[in-house]
Design a protein around this ligand. Sequence first.
Ligand SMILES: [Ca+2]
Ligand SMILES: [Ca+2]
Ligand SMILES: [Ca+2]
Ligand SMILES: [Ca+2]
Length: 418
Amino acid sequence: MKAKWFILLVIMTIVLGLSGSLLAGSVTTQVTNNSYEDSFPRIKADHIVWQGRNDGDWEIFLYNIATGVTTQITDNDYDDLSPQTDGSYIVWQGFKDHEWDIFLWNGSEVQAISDRSAQDASPQIANGRIVWTSEPFGEEFVGPSEVVLYDVETQTRPVLSADVDPGNTLDDGGPRINDEVVIWIQTDDQDNTTLYMYDLSNGSITESPEYVWRDSSQRDGIVSVLSRHDGHDRELFVYSSNSRRYYQVTNNSLDDRYPSISANHVAWMAAGEIFVAEYEYLGLMSPMDNARLPNGTTPTFAWEGIGYDGFKIEFSGSPSFPTLEASVFPSGEGTWTSQTSFTPTEEQWKAIREIQEGNGTVYWRVEAKDAEGGVSFSEVRNFTIDEPGAIIRAAVEPDAKDTTVGTSCFIETVLSWN
Ligand SMILES: [Ca+2]
Ligand SMILES: [Ca+2]
Ligand SMILES: [Ca+2]
Ligand SMILES: [Ca+2]
């Protein structure tokens, strides 16, 4: 079976104008400040890695966000390029002895992890496992290329593509890895391509008709980071795929490029230096603003918060949330939940309905607390609860004895069939 396959990288196509609001809680740190070029940062957890052209050739650097310490990982006279990190290890390609090899920094020392007569390049790492493209050469041949996997823990180094190309007559390359799989592309001499997927849990290889690769250094879970021209220079935006909102991270006269994101940190390059911003993000998910909620079922309120460790949800009859009139869950000063959703109990939902009965509309927002104790509020949304009792009142005249018409007790009884 020969067919053209494409790896579908998830690329954000910006059709909208980028009118994201500036992130209120964003703090930027300049990581480097020197006379040479620093570029292509990658960030994962507390590690930012990049390449800097110090003393005439490229070297690998590490900045630890937690400690604020910068470490020069390599110091030699050949090029070290394309560093990647999984938050624990660093891998890159180095042109040692005029041959590209893959190098690993294991937290204390550097070691070469490719050992063949081959050009080894373009390493990718996830969770202590590294893949790269290896192009074997001898006195009379070069290539075709193969895909190699290295496991830091077991120190094994299988050639993954050997199973589907035992004589190595086809080009296998462009591997990517996440916690579950490795994928790569095999190309024959007619330029037909096949996409292979290696399952890291059981070692099986399957030909994959299509695979949407969502992992990239510009994306972490629901958030991704983009560099876009604002008419003067490039600025960075964080996009939430949940709320479909853009938040602007930079607003300066520098060309901000090559961003990478991990949790609530964005690292990037501008003017030959490396920067990192810590940002906070708080957005409401559901229900939508102006929602009409059915009375008979309790809804779930959901939000997203990055850079926060505690939340409260607040309901009020007024968008200004006067303290005495607001219902707050969890209640009690200093009580927060780490959950990012809230489904009221029957009793709590009754209290929220009573807000509507007094005001016609219920406003809600989320209060969030970060690790330093700083507090932020989300936008305010509102909803109304459908009151079938009103319809029933119109259709059925209550008899004179039933003076509880219109109370929540009556409505619940009527709605038991709903
Ligand atoms: Ca520099
Ligand atoms: Ca070097
Ligand atoms: Ca091959
Ligand atoms: Ca800029």
